[in-house]
Design a protein around this ligand. Structure first.
Ligand code: HEC
Length: 127
């Protein structure tokens, strides 16, 4: 009889745990995951995701646009702001002759929140 009581107690504890796990565990874990993303990790996500920057910018080699490394080098040398450039508030300093092609992206980047622009900047400068 005692054993049975103990078993049902354990069963009860488990069912509580499972329920709270389903209701609260998941969302808070997801929030924690996002909050723990470093700016350059968030930037990478945007660069390769909704920003579609990767189609024209590769890390090492020049394709349609200059490589990420080249952009990072020039922006570090000049101490310029990538986030300002992406808001169309800066001058092109990497390859001004091709600026018209890059300009088409401002329709997207101008509407990104400041946090995401800073994340893109952090990602590029991490090269
Ligand atoms: C359609 C192709 C294309 C896409 C997509 C694209 N770029 Fe570019 N990008 C270019 C070209 C071409 C240049 C060279 C012209 C220039 O320097 O402005 C450039 C230049 C740049 C520069 C250097 C600007 C400077 O000062 O000269 C940065 C920073 C940059 N791109 C960031 C991005 C980011 C971030 C994204 C994604 C949101 C993106 N690009 C998407 C083609 C593209």
């Amino acid at each position: 009889m005692k054993k049975l009581l103990l078993l049902s107690l354990i069963g009860f504890l488990f069912s509580c745990k499972k329920e709270s796990g389903e209701n609260f565990g998941k969302p808070s874990a997801e929030i924690a995951e996002n909050a723990s993303l470093k700016p350059e990790e968030l930037g990478k996500e945007i660069f390769e995701g909704k920003g579609v920057c990767y189609t024209c910018h590769k890390s090492e080699t020049k394709t349609v646009g200059p490589s990420i490394k080249e952009i990072a080098k020039i922006y570090k040398e000049k101490g310029a702001s990538i986030s300002e450039f992406l808001k169309e508030k800066g001058e092109p300093i990497v390859d001004p002759s091709q600026y018209a092609t890059m300009k088409t992206n401002f329709a997207v980047t101008k509407n990104l929140p400041e946090e995401e622009l800073k994340a893109l900047e952090a990602y590029i400068l991490s090269f």
